[in-house]
Every structure is written in structure tokens, then in C-alpha cells.
Design a protein around this ligand. Structure first.
Ligand code: AMP
Length: 216
């Protein structure tokens, strides 16, 4: 099963994507995670992407398509994948469709996570992330220890550069200008769209996702 999670930054795609991936037994592929790992490791990909990411802009479509081509062809994705934050421009939607056609694998559904912008800004500006497991936290300060998973060494919560106010504003603008119009592309191509009200507790939203996909 190949599912695409679509929606603005901070809508909960990452968290719900993890849950869905565990439920379906398929990997979650998030271009943001792949890029952040590349930045941490200082690879050529990371060096190319870092400046755009830090200010909340998009990295070039060609870079994203390279990541997706490799990830979708890997044995880990043989049974399916949850794609998180992967399509952010119309050329990326076209590119992904082409890759999937070449691989002979249909896109089963596009999940549209809907949350109003005020709530998104509130969420992102209160978000810290573990520097070891990359998990997001809300209402916990930078410098606190991540008490999840018992990492050795224990991770520390940090604020992502792109969760700083200026970068959050840029990301919202980029979403409105370049990403939101992609919804119409999927509508026009007859893909199965599943709208998710992404406001509320994690378990509630998960319930909507599971029902929306007809998994329960
Ligand atoms: P995310 O973790 O999905 O919020 O992504 C973090 C940052 O990585 C974004 O603000 C972009 O700079 C970059 N990025 C991730 N996915 C994409 C994509 N599909 N297209 C362009 N840039 C992306």
C-alpha cells in the first residue's frame, strides 16, 4: 500500500505517519527526515539542502525526486510505504506519479491533513525535537532531556532552526503558494483523497485516519 500524507507543516503528518507505518508494517519515508540526516552527516546532499531548509524554503524538485526514486525502489519499501511531506510542488506530484508508474505501483490514497494556520504556528513555535530520536515534543523546553526510548546517550531537546518564527512564517507562505495548489492536481487526476480533520488529540486524529482509510 502506498499512501501519501499531504498537509501544512505542523499538521501532525509525521506522528500519524509513524502510527500508520507501524499499523501497516511498512516504512515511513519522509523527505524532511532524509534531508535532516544528510545535514547531520555533512554529505553532499546535506550541504546542498541546508541553507534552504534553515530558512524554511524548499529544496529543488530534482533533489527530492532523486531521494524518492531510491527510497521507493529499495527492498524496505517492497510491501508499501507511507510518504510524509514528499510532495510539495506540482512538478513533484508529476515526478512521483512517473516513478510509481515505472515501478508499476499505484498510489492508494492521498491523506489531506487539515488544520487552520493559527493552530499550526502555535504548534510549531512550541515544538522541540530530540537530537537523538528526532521525536517532536510540545510544551517542553530546549535543553530538557528526552525521556523516551531510553537512548544511550540520552537525547536532548532542541529547537529546529526552521521552527524559529521567521522560518515558520516562510514555511507557511511556501505552503500557501507552492504546496496547497497540489491538492487540485490530485483532484484533477482522480486520485483517492481522504480529508482528515487534524485538530484534536493524537488518538482521535488516528481514529479518523484509520476510519477514513477503511482500516477499522
Ligand atoms: P519537514 O520535516 O517535512 O517539515 O521538512 C523540513 C524541510 O525540508 C522543509 O522546510 C524543506 O526545506 C525540506 N523539504 C522536505 N521535504 C521537501 C520536499 N518534498 N520538497 C522540497 N523541500 C522539502
Amino acid at each position: 500500500m502506498i499512501l501519501l500524507l499531504f498537509g501544512p507543516p505542523g499538521a501532525g503528518k509525521g506522528t500519524q505517519g509513524e502510527r500508520l507505518a507501524a499499523r501497516l508494517g511498512v516504512p515511513k519515508i519522509a523527505t524532511g527526515d532524509v534531508l535532516r540526516a544528510a545535514v547531520r552527516e555533512g554529505t553532499p546532499l546535506g550541504l546542498e539542502a541546508k541553507a534552504a531548509m534553515d530558512r524554511g524554503a524548499l529544496v529543488p524538485d530534482s533533489v527530492i525526486m532523486g531521494i524518492m526514486r531510491e527510497a521507493l525502489a529499495s527492498p524496505a519499501a517492497a510491501r508499501g510505504a507511507i510518504l510524509d511531506g514528499v510532495v510539495r510542488t506540482t512538478p513533484q506530484a508529476e515526478g512521483l506519479a512517473e516513478i510509481l508508474t515505472t515501478l508499476g505501483r499505484p498510489l492508494d490514497a492521498v491523506l489531506l491533513f487539515e488544520v487552520d494556520e493559527e493552530e499550526l504556528v502555535r504548534r510549531l513555535s512550541g515544538r522541540t525535537t530530540c537530537d537523538v530520536c528526532q521525536r517532536p515534543f510540545f510544551g517542553r523546553a530546549p535543553g530538557e532531556s528526552c525521556a523516551i526510548d531510553g537512548h544511550v546517550p540520552q537525547g536532548t531537546l532542541v529547537r529546529r532552526k526552521d521552527d524559529e518564527p521567521d522560518a515558520v512564517r516562510t514555511r507557511m507562505q511556501v505552503y500557501r503558494d507552492q504546496t496547497a495548489p497540489v491538492e487540485r492536481w490530485y483532484e484533477a487526476h482522480g486520485d483517492r483523497l481522504v480529508r482528515i480533520d487534524a485538530l484534536g488529540a493524537l488518538d482521535e486524529v488516528e481514529g479518523r485516519v484509520v476510519r477514513g482509510l477503511g482500516l477499522a
